[in-house]
Design a protein around this ligand. Structure first.
Ligand SMILES: C[S@@+](CC[C@H](N)C(=O)[O-])C[C@H]1O[C@@H](n2cnc3c(N)ncnc32)[C@H](O)[C@@H]1O
Length: 274
């Protein structure tokens, strides 16, 4: 039985989350309780929890919508420009010392982060010898990530982020506009892989020189978060770089002393000890 977020009957919540795990293979039992409870409640409407359980376990479409709500897909291109400035200035020169560069973009959502990375690598002359592995729990967002088609209405914000991150070209060089969509240049992700990977249940699958895991761990409870930190650490080559979201840190985790800060303010760390 898991700890119950305030306001739910622990047995009913357990039935829902164990049912989802058994039926669909997604394990949310170790997500941060308060945020989990908020999202479940928003899906319940006026129904009691058992009615929501029945609906989700019988209707994969309804579960797909629920999954999108639970997983929180909010993202943007060049999100937190200061982070991207630091990546360009402090991390890419280090990556350039490897003949072939493998990057894991964890929890990539609809792909804006992976496409931003590709643009950055292209501008620094590293794209041709890099491979980005962009993964997420949700196949629905990965489909969108692969396409690289984003709302035209978002381009004003993305252009501002790009310029603030010290982008070196006109941002519009990277996409063509069609009706209400911005269609990004397919060659940017020719060598990228978009694939499903669940941090709660899947293991390490490659050794990487850079791992971006931004704005994912904030949704996890302490023990899942600790397991994922271990997985990220195991996935990094010696002197490889870990980048977290601005509200996340390796401080106070059991692996903190294995990293040296590269830019602690931007949550960028280098694996310094095995
Ligand atoms: C808020 S988005 C972050 C997107 C991007 N990294 C960024 O910072 O803009 C969090 C993403 O983590 C994914 N996620 C949540 N739980 C996951 C898990 N167990 N395994 C893999 N991805 C997960 C969600 O599907 C969602 O797309």
């Amino acid at each position: 039985m898991i700890d119950s977020p305030v306001g739910f009957d622990p047995a009913e919540l357990d039935t829902l989350l164990a049912g989802i795990r058994d039926r669909y293979g997604y394990d949310f039992r170790e997500y941060a309780p308060a945020s989990l409870a908020r999202r479940i409640r928003s899906q319940m409407g006026t129904d009691p929890l058992p009615a929501l359980s029945d609906r989700l376990l019988q209707d994969p479409e309804a579960f797909g919508r629920f999954l999108d709500e639970l997983a929180v897909h909010s993202t943007s291109m060049f999100r937190d420009p200061g982070f991207w400035r630091s990546l360009r200035a402090n991390v890419l020169p280090h990556l350039a010392t490897w003949p072939f560069i493998r990057i894991w973009c964890v929890g990539c959502s609809t792909g804006e982060e992976a496409w931003s990375l590709a643009i950055l690598l292209e501008e620094e002359g590293l794209l041709a010898r890099s491979r980005i592995y962009a993964t997420d729990l949700s196949e629905r967002v990965l489909e969108r990530a692969r396409r690289g088609v984003f709302p035209l209405s978002a381009m004003k914000e993305y252009t501002e982020n790009y310029l603030a991150s010290r982008g070196t070209r006109a941002f519009s060089d990277y996409y063509s506009a069609g009706y209400d969509k911005a269609i990004f240049r397919g060659d940017l992700v020719r060598q990228a892989v978009f694939a499903q990977h669940n941090l709660a249940t899947d293991g390490a699958f490659q050794e990487f020189h850079l791992v971006l895991c931004r704005n994912v761990l904030i949704y996890f409870g302490a023990s899942l978060s600790e397991r994922v930190h271990r997985l990220l650490f195991e996935s990094l080559a010696f002197t490889g770089v870990l980048a977290l979201g601005l509200r996340e840190t390796i401080e106070r985790t059991p692996l903190a002393d294995r990293y040296d800060p590269l830019d602690a303010g931007q949550r960028i760390y280098r694996k310094a000890r095995p």
